[in-house]
Design a protein around this ligand. Sequence first.
Ligand SMILES: C[S@@+](CC[C@H](N)C(=O)[O-])C[C@H]1O[C@@H](n2cnc3c(N)ncnc32)[C@H](O)[C@@H]1O
Ligand code: SF4
Length: 457
Amino acid sequence: MDIKLLEKYNTPVPRYTSYPPANYFDDKFSADDYLEGVKQSNDWEPKPVSIYFHIPFCRKMCLYCGCNSCPLPDMQTVKDYFDALNTELKMVSGLIDRKRKVSQVHFGGGTPNSVPSVYLVRLMDLLHRNFSFNTSPEIAIECNPAWLDIPYVRQLIKSGFNRFSFGIQDFSEKVLNGVNRDPSLMPVKELVSFLRSENPSVKINLDFIYGLPGQTAAGFSETIKKAVDIKPDRLVTFSYAHVPWVNKAQKTLEERGMPANDEKASMYRKASALLIDNGYKAIGLDHFVLEKDELYQALQSGALHRNFQGYCTRATTGQVYAFGVSAISQLQRVYSQNTKSPLEYINSVARGSLPVRKGYILNDAEIIIREVITELMCNKRLSWVDMANRFGTGVNAIKETVGYNERILKQFQKDGIIDLTDDSVSITGEGSLFVRNVAASFDPLMDAATKKFSRSF
Ligand SMILES: C[S@@+](CC[C@H](N)C(=O)[O-])C[C@H]1O[C@@H](n2cnc3c(N)ncnc32)[C@H](O)[C@@H]1O
Ligand code: SF4
């Protein structure tokens, strides 16, 4: 990998988990705007319903954390929080057309398994009473394996959970110690075998981070080899996002010494080579999946898609209705984000008002820009003719909307990041690391960017 290229393009750019990025959401967006969006969403595409619950609590705070998380409060506050989730769900679900089916449920955090499993089971029961599900819904949960034992996961399986994401980060206890994190309670291999024996169709994701203090390319390769031996269905290698202005605790990591850029690049390159050698296929920048995985099939047919919960396929994704602190609903034309404070959330719901903090109503141009950026981020290739057909307009209109700039694209081409034809832009293998930079070149908001983003690598 060319280190000069790395330095040139290692600039602050959005992660594009949404367009516009969440830091453009507007305080003036109100609960009434969200309610109106929910009512209208019944007439918008896609028709399936995706449900997201955010459980912010963690039993121990990792120093690197970039998620919306907070220490586990007393049990009364946990109970109040789950009562509020139940109420918020009832407030919104009445407006959603009963004919629409739930295709995905996702419990994220924080650490959903930081609370007794009964809370999660009760929420699932409530969902089943309020919605009908399609024939094979995905019911996913993010778990910290430091707090997982057999009785707990057995409860989750019984309640219908069929995709488990375990945050591993690194198998080295020394690395974990350095970021204030405990290792898995059970050997991860045993935990995964148990889940697979309880339900052979259960799917397993493992999350890793590279770029933490104490990590080296050799050490991270050992971690990835251990992961390959477990054979998860999906594996994510997140580049550590250093955003101390969001999480002050990350400042401590600067003192502990983060790996240099070239070491970090080497971690990624070696991990990625190991995974590819062992039959995994790369999805986007940091996801690796087995060949039979539906995400790989979708990538092959150009039907890969993405929402705040991660990659999904065009066929199964729904509009996302999100519940809990900081949760972001993603409807076709509206984003709505809840307050980040658990107490404010609980009090607002108790007063009977939705805890909406900010949001965004997309105009027609932004819907086109979002489609172009998502296509590039997910499928690494876009055809202007396809885009024009998708929106029933001409190629020039699409290019004008995204501020198509031939000079900038030619520079990306010269640097080996993209292949360019009259009709298409494709990210090269070597260019994968810089897909966010290419996407940013189609983002008019970046021309006058006033927001802060993590660096691209
Ligand atoms: C909500 S956590 C997963 C569940 C659980 N809280 C845990 O840590 O195991 C989501 C994932 O985000 C990733 N993550 C958190 N902070 C990050 C950061 N600053 N940069 C990159 N990835 C990060 C970690 O890999 C983590 O597993
Ligand atoms: S990484 Fe997971 S367990 Fe650690 S603080 Fe963040 S959300 Fe909590």
